[in-house]
Design a protein around this ligand. Sequence first.
Ligand SMILES: [Mn+2]
Length: 365
Amino acid sequence: MKFIAYSDPHNHPHQSYSKILPDGMNSRLVDIGRAVKTIYDAAEEIGCPVVSGGDTFQVKNSAHVIAFNEFSGILHRRSKVANPDQFDIINIGNHDMATHDGSRHALESLSYLPGIFIPHGASVSFAHWGEGIMFAIIPYPMEHGRFSEDKFRGMLKRAIEEVENAKPYTAILLGHLYTHELMKKHLDRGGDFSGKELMKHFDLVLLGHHHVHDVILGPTDKHGRTKKVVSIGSPIQLRADERGDKKGYIIVNTETLDFEFIPIESPEFHYFEGEKTIVPEKITGDFVSVKVKSKAEGTRVKTLLERHGVAEYRIEVVPEKKTARIDLTPGAKDEEIITKYLESEWGKTDLDHDRLKKIGLAYLS
Ligand SMILES: [Mn+2]
């Protein structure tokens, strides 16, 4: 069978790079809602379940009411067409959590919808699709408002025990955490856990939290399938540092454990240094940040960006710093210093050097 996996939509009226649309809606919330709808529409067309890696919302004391209503509307519709044997699953990420131990979260009321499985508290839970496919679901492990490795190890231990007992044909771990391998590769720092370690016990590991889509291939399982740790990635670029990342969702084949990445079209981030590096045909409807050297260049860039219909832009004027090197001998005379200065990059001027030297010497004496 097939299922769709996506993660980290962060349904929220994000403040940066957003604008208020004529009807009062936040443009970023609309962008995200469109991507999420694309995913659930695809699931309905294929007739397959949807699995989410978490961070459905971006809770800041509370979930935003329109973000909640939009997503809730999609889930109510899903609930009506859901297959009770192969139901949807939504994990809970750190941004969904409302309390310091994660026991309360923004999706609680949605967890009562038939055909959609959402963990109630912040502990490991299990879901079975028929006989052969078993999910161990580990929400973001949080204690005292921060990541807890102890809690994660406790939940993982239970997940391994349960999977070892049930011995399903396909054991899938759905988590919301960084792996060492992905962190090292993308951010050059350590993660929360080793993907290789997870693949000793699970055939497929699906992870939310890290917004980049990537995969770590593992050993072959007893059925000849290649085990994998997949960082699902966010369905749209959420922050400027995600520029250049392809965004979308994946369709997983449970027989082979292979998957297909389906891109989603949405506004993207760009960064340019200097007006000459701007690629006008690529920026329409997107978020553009440009570093320029002068106000005049900034004005020209502004005109260019507005002509090409970018969604939002930022122009930063950073005047070019002139640097030069002057080698001075210890105890150099004032005249020698002034001469070398005038001959250097800093001293470039159309004024008469002899006059400048005289003024300089008079000033120093
Ligand atoms: Mn997260």
